[in-house]
Design a protein around this ligand. Structure first.
Ligand code: NAD
Length: 255
């Protein structure tokens, strides 16, 4: 087991990619705090995710865009497990609108969760890692859109581009204290965030035609790279983005 005895926090872990990472980390021996945004069916999904883990885990409700929520969440994890070795900034949202129609609320919502959330969670956890004095692993789930523009998704692409630069700065500032900081950039993964496309056979076929590997990615495809980056085997890896996209970003435009 590659993460035996480690404690990990995964944000947005009651669904999709975050849930798969939480389950895989636990299968590798880590205790996992399953962060989720409280409310409605999300509470039940979080409870079910914690119950599905191979090790003891906890539900960790917090809106990642709110520092007071995040600090309370980190305190509850420390009360339970006494340390945090690994954090995965996975929580993410998107709003699809033409640039000219984006409201301030749309902008702040997407930047708030995806970018400010990643900053606040990472900073709070890194401060704790510094107290522990043992290094640590920070992994951000960005997107191929940390680099590739996507018309209709300006706030989302901006948030993911910001995660890329945040990761690169953190990697340099934290190298001397043994904290590895890396991004995983998924392509098109079959999760609830893509439900509309998955439910539409024409849109689905169009999306698949752009993916050299010929299929949507699975949450497990992302989770296996996350395990590597969270493990001691990635001890010399920092400041990098790992694409998990079936070749999507290498695709040549088809005419
Ligand atoms: P998802 O909708 O299943 O997961 C998103 C998670 O974020 C959910 O658990 C949601 O409850 C949580 N979340 C939203 N707002 C939150 C908040 N304020 N505080 C805490 N949690 C919050 O979709 P997913 O595909 O699993 O997305 C996970 C991450 O992967 C996102 O950052 C997304 O941008 C990224 N990503 C997904 C794809 C894809 O094709 N599915 C591609 C590239 C990147």
């Amino acid at each position: 087991m590659r993460l035996n005895g480690k404690v990990a926090l995964v944000t947005g872990a009651n669904s999709g990619i975050g849930q798969a990472i939480a389950q895989r980390f636990a299968a590798e021996g880590a205790h996992v705090a399953v962060n989720y945004l409280a409310g409605g069916s999300r509470d039940e999904a979080a409870k079910a995710t914690v119950a599905s883990l191979a090790t003891e885990g906890i539900g960790a409700p917090a809106d990642v865009s709110k520092r007071t929520d995040v600090e309370a969440m980190i305190n509850s994890i420390l009360e339970k497990f006494g340390k945090i070795d690994i954090v995965v900034n996975n929580a993410g949202v998107e709003v699809k609108k033409p640039f000219v129609d984006i409201t301030d609320e749309d902008w702040q919502f997407v930047i708030g969760v995806n970018l400010t959330g990643a900053f606040v969670v990472a900073q709070t956890v890194v401060r704790q890692m510094l107290k522990q004095g043992n290094g640590g692993k920070v992994i951000n789930i960005s997107s191929v859109h940390e680099d590739v523009p996507f018309p209709g998704y300006a706030p989302y692409c901006t948030s993911k581009g910001g995660m890329r630069m945040l990761m690169r700065n953190m990697a340099l500032e934290l190298a001397s204290v043994g904290i590895n900081v890396n991004n995983i950039a998924p392509g098109a993964i079959a999760t609830p965030i893509n439900q509309a496309v998955l439910n539409d056979p024409v849109a689905s076929a169009n999306a698949i035609s752009e993916i050299p590997w010929g299929r949507f990615g699975k949450p497990a495809d992302v989770a296996s790279v996350a395990v590597f980056l969270a493990s001691d085997e990635a001890g010399y890896v920092t400041g990098s983005t790992y694409y998990v996209d079936g070749g999507l970003v290498q695709q040549v435009t088809k005419y």
